[in-house]
Design a protein around this ligand. Structure first.
Ligand code: XIL
Length: 377
């Protein structure tokens, strides 16, 4: 009797031990836990996700991320579609969702040349505004939007993409009408609306030496004038071959000399071919859809899946190594199905640029990041 009980007890103990070991082996690592002492790890949410229509995405969002950016709902054309009409409904839901989940919330974006209606720059007869009127319109917009979420949105992409590849100021309507100091004004208005919020400049292709030098010049100048700027967002719209690890590391080093926060915003890796080599992320660039430019519409070959995983690993090794200089890394979307890269720079393709697939499962790229980070620790 005693022996039977002993055998039973031992068997039970063994069973529990096996259960424990297997469950800890199969338990999915949690990104925000792994990166907790390094930097925020964020994602961008689209309309459906913000409205709760994509619960699978929200589950991933809550589990793995601790920062959130509005992919589109806070852009001028959405939040302020007409002169006297603001549409705060979706942005309100976005901020509330971020707060409910204790996220570091990023408002994207206040002043940009894209996704801003033409009326912003024109009077009732369609003539271009003068400097003072446009500044007044800019101030009204920033005060209304930033003011509404004062103390609730943690950081704002105040100005997006103001510098060209050659380092000169982009000749957009803000620049043409107001002049170079439109950037300074935008930061000042944002600070007036919420002095506590972090205020960022955000741009793509910041590893290109021309644009990088121009941005460094612009930010140094803003800082020397005492303009309230807290950080720079490197849009991480990257490719297999661009930027190299060395170039990225060098860029982080150079930008860190500005003594402001450095963030990787909008990270994704474009794996689909482009008609001509283009490494930027200007949303006005568009090419025609051709079958050979959409090679993985039926699925992603293992070899490319592995290549993507290796690329994420390589980039995260750099980011993790430079963690003392980086305050946040944000992926541009939760899963492949929602990525803007299915529609840019060519509409209607099947792309695979993120960490979760269309079935909301982790991809090898996810595991590759976990390994890259854990191996370095
Ligand atoms: C993209 C969105 O992801 C798309 O849904 C939208 O149609 C176009 O804009 N740089 C930016 C982002 O700063 O706002 C852009 O987002 C991608 C490039």
């Amino acid at each position: 009797m005693k022996t039977t009980r002993l055998v039973f007890k031992t068997a039970l103990k063994l069973y529990i031990l096996i259960l424990l070991v297997t469950s800890s082996c199969t338990r999915e690592p949690i990104l925000k836990d792994i990166l907790e002492s390094d930097f925020y790890i964020g994602t961008a949410l689209n309309f459906d996700q913000i409205l709760g229509k994509d619960q699978n995405s929200l589950e991933i969002f809550r589990k793995h991320f601790n920062s959130v950016t509005s992919e589109n709902v806070m852009k001028w054309e959405k939040i302020h579609p007409e002169l006297n009409k603001y549409n705060f409904e979706f942005a309100d839901s976005f901020v509330a969702l971020g707060e409910r989940n204790n996220m570091f919330i990023i408002g994207h974006t206040l002043i940009w040349h894209s996704q801003v209606p033409d009326w912003v720059f024109e009077d009732e007869s369609g003539n271009l505004l003068d400097r003072d009127l446009l500044l007044q319109r800019m101030r009204d917009h920033i005060l209304s939007v930033v003011g509404r979420y004062k103390g609730r949105v943690d950081g704002w992409d105040v100005v997006n993409e103001a510098v060209e590849g050659d380092g000169q100021m982009r000749k957009n309507k803000w620049f043409e009408i107001i002049g170079e100091d439109y950037v300074q004004k935008a930061f000042e208005y944002a600070s007036e609306a919420d002095p506590e919020a972090k205020l960022y400049y955000n741009d793509f292709s910041l590893c290109d030496t021309g644009r990088r030098a121009g941005v460094v010049r612009m930010i140094s100048d803003l800082k020397s004038k005492g303009v309230p700027i807290d950080g720079i967002g490197i849009q991480g719209h990257w490719l297999f071959h661009y930027p190299s690890s060395e170039l990225l590391e060098e860029t982080i080093q150079i930008l860190s000399e500005l003594d402001i926060d450095i963030m990787i915003t909008e990270m994704d890796i474009a794996i689909l071919p482009r008609k001509r080599e283009y490494t930027g992320a200007d949303i006005s660039v568009n090419f025609e859809l051709k079958k050979e430019l959409d090679p993985y519409s039926e699925g992603l070959p293992d070899s490319i899946q592995t290549k993507l995983a290796n690329r994420y690993s390589e980039l995260f090794e750099v980011l993790h190594r430079q963690r003392d200089k980086i305050s946040r890394v944000t992926l541009w979307g939760v899963h492949d199905g929602q990525s803007w890269l299915n529609n840019w720079p060519i509409k209607g393709r099947t792309s695979y640029p993120l960490l979760f697939d269309r079935e909301y499962q982790t991809k090898p790229a996810f595991n590759a990041i976990v390994h890259a980070v854990e191996n370095e620790d």
